[in-house]
Design a protein around this ligand. Structure first.
Ligand code: ADP
Ligand code: MG
Length: 345
């Protein structure tokens, strides 16, 4: 009897071992690091077909960079910005992204503006030849930033002479969504994309638990805290990322206020948007930064479909209600004061 039980036992141990081995061999991990869209990217993928999926993701992101770059002469955006006349025909993706950007510009009352390039290029952010332009230069460029004058009809685009578009605030988020689409088609159910600090996810971790996404600490090296996420993007715009210090000693950041033609100089140090869509989060992180904490809270109350975290200079953090149970403050950042923003309060 004991003998039979032991035998059965061995048998089941044998099958458990086989099952475990096949799970391990299925749970393949593949990571790819590369540079695109002027930043470092990492695509990490789990499961069967991971190797093909990360390569396809990189290929798609590189293709989109070629379409959307503001500096590459072969890109749709460059051709638009340097067109001798309109309309100009662009790819479907570019037309779609421009339409989306114009819609967000309308919804955010111009806090988001994809037509600021005539102004931002004066400040030298693209070529890193930073300078503070004269008031005269800014005043002449501002009328060229009216996004309502851009018209999209199918894949045909019209604007006015001198206008210039810039997908810098949405390109990475859009590329992340496109990469995710391809990875899903290949059967990927778990992946983590870090596209220059823009985090996008497929599913949860391979063990089924949600991803834990670190939020950068503008005041120190350790993350400020973490947000749990599944099938979502967590995208931050930070004033600490790209800036220069003028001869006047002031810090000028790469996010602009389209009303003044100056870099944003409000109390916000970082704005994070969390939602299913990467391109929406990318657009909104920039928009919320420009709006400032109070207007951003009002915008969130009126527009469902995303959550936010805004950190302001005096170490206060505003957290939208939907993240209350999903955000964990790093215990080392106990000096940060958290306020929960509610829809009805
Ligand atoms: P990052 O690219 O550093 O992740 P963002 O997503 O916030 O940061 O995008 C900032 C970029 O968007 C700028 O470098 C510029 O090209 C462009 N930009 C700056 N201000 C605005 C604005 N108000 N609306 C739309 N695009 C902007
Ligand atoms: Mg953005």
């Amino acid at each position: 009897m004991t003998h039979i039980i032991l035998k059965r036992h061995c048998f089941s141990i044998f099958f458990c071992a086989i099952a475990a081995l096949s799970i391990i061999s299925c749970a393949r991990t593949e990571s790819q690091y590369f540079e695109s869209m002027n930043t470092f990217m990492k695509v990490q993928c789990y499961g069967k077909h991971s190797a093909e999926a990360v390569s396809a993701a990189q290929k798609r992101i590189t293709e989109l960079e070629t379409l959307l770059s503001v500096t590459k002469p072969e890109s749709d955006i460059y051709r638009l910005n340097n067109a001798p006349s309109y309309p100009v025909s662009v790819s479907e993706e570019t037309a779609h992204l421009i339409s989306f950007s114009l819609d967000i510009a309308e919804k955010t009352g111009g806090a988001f503006n994809p037509c600021l390039y005539p102004v931002t290029s004066l400040w030298g952010f693209t070529q890193k030849n930073f300078r503070v332009p004269s008031a005269q230069e800014i005043a002449s460029a501002l009328p060229l930033t009216d996004f309502r004058r851009v018209k999209v009809s199918g894949t045909s685009l019209s604007a006015e002479k001198g206008m210039m578009l810039d997908m810098g605030a949405v390109g990475k988020g859009f590329a992340g969504d496109e990469a995710i689409k391809i990875m899903r088609k290949q059967g990927i159910r778990s992946a983590l994309l870090d596209l220059g600090g823009n985090i996008q996810t497929i599913g949860g971790k391979p063990d089924g638990s949600p991803w834990s996404i670190g939020i950068k600490n503008p005041f120190g090296a350790e993350p400020l805290g973490t947000v749990s996420a599944r099938d979502e993007a967590v995208i931050t715009s930070g004033g600490y990322e790209r800036y220069f210090t003028g001869d006047d000693g002031r810090r000028y950041i790469h996010i602009f206020d389209g009303r003044t033609g100056f870099p944003v100089a409000n109390e916000v140090v970082s704005a994070t948007a969390v939602a299913g869509s990467g391109v929406l989060c990318d657009a909104l992180s920039t928009s919320l930064f420009v709006m400032g904490a109070e207007k951003a809270a009002g915008f969130w109350r009126e527009n469902p479909g995303f959550e936010f975290i805004i950190v302001i200079a005096d170490k206060k953090l505003f957290l939208s209600g939907g993240l209350e149970a999903r955000f964990t403050l790093n215990p080392d950042c106990a000096d940060i004061e958290i306020s929960i923003v509610r829809r009805n309060g």
